[in-house]
Design a protein around this ligand. Structure first.
Ligand SMILES: [Zn+2]
Length: 233
């Protein structure tokens, strides 16, 4: 199994690893800081370098282990490589991820709604809510509240807890509970003492790093599905 370094350190930009296996243009490493994609957060891109070679990481395979899909030379199994993720892009995605958690906290607390889907982009996000009476005005209010909370400067921390503990706290699960990974230990992302969510993605250390959230567009996707586009400035 690949040691997923980003789960413990979202700010790790570079790392050393060893090639465990290769398959066509894909490389499996024993450890990685590359986020493989999932939960609405896109995979990372970046570069692998080794003695006498270099390749771009253009995508990640989903599924078993963290397979890096590369463009360029393919290092042999056993090669020691140095990986570097495209940090500016990743950091902008981290800001968007924490922003979505703060927004979902406001929607959950004040409108009793849950997120039914989301897609993160660098400094932007698309969020689907199951809130029946939602409109542009409510979206503006939610994002204004989220901005106030973000500006309070809450620290963001990660904790690993047993699955049964999470099952006792349905409020920690903002996505469909069936989407929780089938593992015994669940990772929690905590925003100060105001919000806890089961989550496998990467986040900023402090909500002030989010910047200002702005509503771009609100779409009605049906009675129980409202789609909001937010960007960060
Ligand atoms: Zn999340």
């Amino acid at each position: 199994m690949t040691d997923l370094l980003y789960l413990r350190d979202s700010y790790l930009k570079e790392f050393d690893a060893r090639v465990v296996a290769t398959r066509g243009e894909s490389v499996l490493l024993d450890r990685t800081a590359f986020y493989p994609g999932g939960g609405g957060q896109p995979h990372d891109t970046g570069v692998l370098r080794w003695d006498g070679g270099e390749a771009r990481v253009i995508a990640m395979e989903k599924g078993n282990g963290a397979w890096h899909i590369i463009e360029g030379e393919v290092p042999e199994t056993g090669t020691e490589v140095h990986g570097a993720i495209d940090w500016d892009r990743r950091y902008a995605i981290m800001r968007a991820h924490t922003a979505v958690h703060v927004i979902s906290h406001v929607v959950y607390t004040h409108l009793k709604g849950r997120i039914t889907g989301n897609q993160l982009y660098p400094a932007a996000a698309r969020i689907d809510f199951n809130v029946p009476d939602f409109n542009r005005q409510k979206a503006e209010w939610v994002v204004e509240e989220a901005n106030k909370i973000a500006m309070e400067g809450h620290e963001v921390n990660v904790e690993f807890v047993p699955r049964e503990e999470v099952e006792k706290h349905p409020e920690w699960v903002r996505v469909d509970p069936r989407l929780l990974p089938d593992v015994e230990v669940i990772r929690l992302v905590m925003i100060g003492d105001i919000d806890v969510q089961a989550d496998g993605g990467t986040h900023v250390k402090n909500t002030r790093e989010i910047g200002q959230m702005v509503v771009e567009k609100v779409e009605n996707k049906g009675r129980n599905n409202k789609r909001v586009y937010v960007k960060l400035i």
